[in-house]
Design a protein around this ligand. Structure first.
Ligand SMILES: [Fe+2]
Ligand SMILES: [Fe+2]
Length: 166
């Protein structure tokens, strides 16, 4: 079954949102790098790559279903932040918003009785649980560490990121 126009449009919008997320995290990564937080910066860079990967995966899905992907203008992302806590709080809030967007795509696919799209997007619904959790864990760690110990969190973040992926 080919994608209905409603489903194609919903996924196309989500592809655009993933690219915006990728740019947001790249911007956060560059800010953190400039401030000397190499661990946080590397974490955000990996997030940025992951979001771009989501956009590619979704585009591939649309292609396979006979739909056309339209890459549109991606809105500008913020470039200045108040530091690591502000950044990770914003990243957590953003992931919560993304969860709603992904759920919206599943809803449209369900209304259109498109089983394959629902199945494909449930994977992203599940992934959002991890996405929200990992950002919120870092928020708590930064709060607990306080300004004095924040560099310890920055240093340990790469290791934790690696073990999260196992
Ligand atoms: Fe994503
Ligand atoms: Fe994400």
């Amino acid at each position: 079954m080919r994608l209905t126009e409603k489903v194609r449009k919903a996924i196309n919008d989500q592809i655009n949102a993933e690219m915006w997320s990728s740019n947001l995290y790249l911007s956060m990564s560059m800010f953190l790098k400039h401030e000397g937080y190499d661990g946080f910066s590397a974490w955000m860079m990996m997030q940025s790559q992951e979001e771009l990967g989501h956009a590619y995966e979704m585009a591939d899905f649309v292609n396979k279903r006979g739909g056309k992907v339209e890459i549109t203008k991606v809105d500008a992302v913020p470039t200045t932040f108040d530091g690591p806590l502000d950044i990770f709080e914003k990243a957590y809030e953003h992931e919560c918003k993304v969860t709603e967007l992904i759920e919206g795509v599943v809803k449209v696919a369900s209304e259109e009785r498109d089983m394959a799209t629902q199945d494909f997007f449930w994977k992203f619904v599940r992934e959002q649980v991890e996405e929200e959790d990992s950002a919120s864990q870092i928020v708590s760690d930064i709060k607990l560490a306080g300004d004095l110990h924040i560099s310890l969190i920055d240093h340990s973040i790469m290791e934790r990121r690696r073990s999260d992926k196992k």
